[in-house]
Design a protein around this ligand. Structure first.
Ligand SMILES: Nc1nc2c(ncn2[C@@H]2O[C@H](COP(=O)(O)OP(=O)(O)OP(=O)(O)O)[C@@H](O)[C@H]2O)c(=O)[nH]1
Ligand SMILES: [Mg+2]
Length: 423
């Protein structure tokens, strides 16, 4: 069996349902991912089992059925809705004679297709190499080829040991390059913080309309497409608020249920942007029947990323596809929008401004002279409006997001007063 680049992938999807998660829903998402990668789903098989079969994942009888169905439907790729070990891949391939990949490889492959920037490409390759290293022995037909077809982008296989060495070296080199880029991005973020504009990030499930909202809100021209993971790179634009003040609006990579840990790790750098923002716009697709589950999955991931203490607006986007009577009521923390018709965008902008203002707090800090160096720490957290030298110390007035205030108070005595203006 050959995976030719020009040939459409005719795919059979297989999963075991142990009751651990909703297997059917996960399978549906997998099918969506396959279509998104340009493949055609010919059949889906879910086997209920108390636990997976260690050697072949599915039971042997089921695997025979899979083989027969695959031959009948002219399937040329099996995709398992899980993360397989190298041995499992090898065994399944031996049993069926058809190349096998798993959910993680498929997602990595889509990411490889979509990565645009140097950093995005390095992150995907790092995740791919880390995934491959422990699986070299089992990697069979699907992985041993260079380029072409789902799950095969990435380096091809040579001799095992030298290959391992090669991969380890490559991982080291990629890590170094990424660290350097991360450092530079950190500098950039600091400079942006210095520019004193609050940062607002768009986060949410994949394909809900984050990039479209960025475009609609800022007249940017970011790639938005009806496919999963259209965006892999962080893009930031200036956002003009109703009062004439400005903020930075940042687009992020879409989230997904059961996102492989290699990828969470790889993209944590990109998502750190969200974790260090002043306000999160959690975008949902109101017209998707699975909107409630997607919202929950995204919220869980945001929690993992340490975003719980950042104020958030839930943005129900794509409202143009939902009748008026079925749209949710809004409040200060929810908005209903359409990136297409621009409905609700003015309301969203007002809420962004309102929350950003409410989030700022100003106060006076008293630093004794011998602690004067801590002034630079306070500068990192917010904007220093004045510094007055007086007897025994420095009196600083500064403003910063409320959540950073406690941190600043550790450095100095405070004398606080809140104010509800960004200026
Ligand atoms: N009808 C309608 N379609 C929309 C709206 N917003 C986005 N879309 C469409 O939904 C699809 C996904 O939009 P994107 O902006 O790429 O979504 P995203 O959240 O950035 O997706 P990823 O980057 O893949 O995570 C595109 O086909 C958009 O044209 C909307 O408000 N109404
Ligand atoms: Mg996008």
């Amino acid at each position: 069996m050959h995976l030719l680049e020009e040939e459409t992938q005719r795919v059979l999807l297989a999963a075991v349902d142990t009751g651990e998660y909703d297997a059917e829903e996960s399978m549906e998402e997998l099918a969506e991912l396959v279509r998104s990668a340009g493949g055609e789903v010919k059949a889906q098989v879910i086997q209920p089992l108390p636990s997976i079969r260690q050697a072949t994942y599915l039971g042997i009888g089921k695997l025979k059925e899979v083989k027969e169905a695959a031959e009948r439907l002219d399937v040329n790729l099996l995709i398992f809705d899980t993360e397989l070990t190298g041995a499992q891949m090898r065994n399944i391939e031996a049993e069926t004679g058809i190349p096998v990949i798993d959910r993680t490889m498929l997602i990595l492959d889509i990411f490889a297709q979509r990565a645009r920037t140097n950093e995005g490409k390095l992150q995907v390759e790092l995740a791919q190499q880390k995934y491959r290293l422990p699986r070299l022995i089992g990697m069979g037909q699907a992985l041993s080829r260079q380029g072409g077809g789902i799950g095969t982008r990435g380096p091809g296989e040579t001799k095992l040991e030298s290959d391992r060495r090669h991969i380890r070296r490559r991982i080291e080199s990629l890590t170094r390059q990424l660290d350097e880029l991360k450092r530079r991005r950190g500098d950039l973020r600091k400079r942006r913080q210095k520019s004193e504009l609050p940062v607002v990030s768009l986060v949410g499930y994949t394909n809900v309309g984050k990039s479209s909202l960025l475009n609609a809100l800022t007249d940017a021209n970011v790639y938005a497409e009806n496919q999963l993971f259209a965006t892999l790179d962080t893009t930031s634009r200036r956002l003009l608020l109703p009062s004439g003040k400005e903020a930075i609006l940042t687009d992020t990579v879409g989230l997904l249920s059961r996102l492989p840990h290699e990828l969470i790790e790889a993209f944590s750098a990109t998502l750190e942007e969200a974790a260090s923002s002043d306000l999160i716009l959690h975008v949902c697709n109101l017209s998707n029947p699975r909107v409630a589950e997607q919202k929950e999955i995204a919220e869980q991931l945001l929690c993992k990323l340490g975003c719980t203490d950042i104020p958030m607006i839930t943005v129900y986007n794509q409202c143009d596809r939902v009748p008026l009577s079925l749209r949710p009521r809004t409040n200060d923390h929810t908005a209903v929008t359409s990136a297409l018709t621009k409905e609700g965008l003015d309301d969203l902008l007002l809420k962004i401004e309102q929350l950003l203002s409410a989030e700022m707090q100003s106060g006076t800090f008293l630093l004794p002279y011998h602690e004067g160096a801590l002034l630079s720490e306070i500068r990192k957290l917010g904007r220093v409006d004045s510094t007055d030298f007086e007897e025994g110390g420095i009196r600083i007035t500064a403003s910063m997001p409320k959540r950073l205030f406690a941190q600043a108070s550790q450095y100095a005595c405070t004398d606080t007063n809140e104010y509800s203006d960004l200026e």
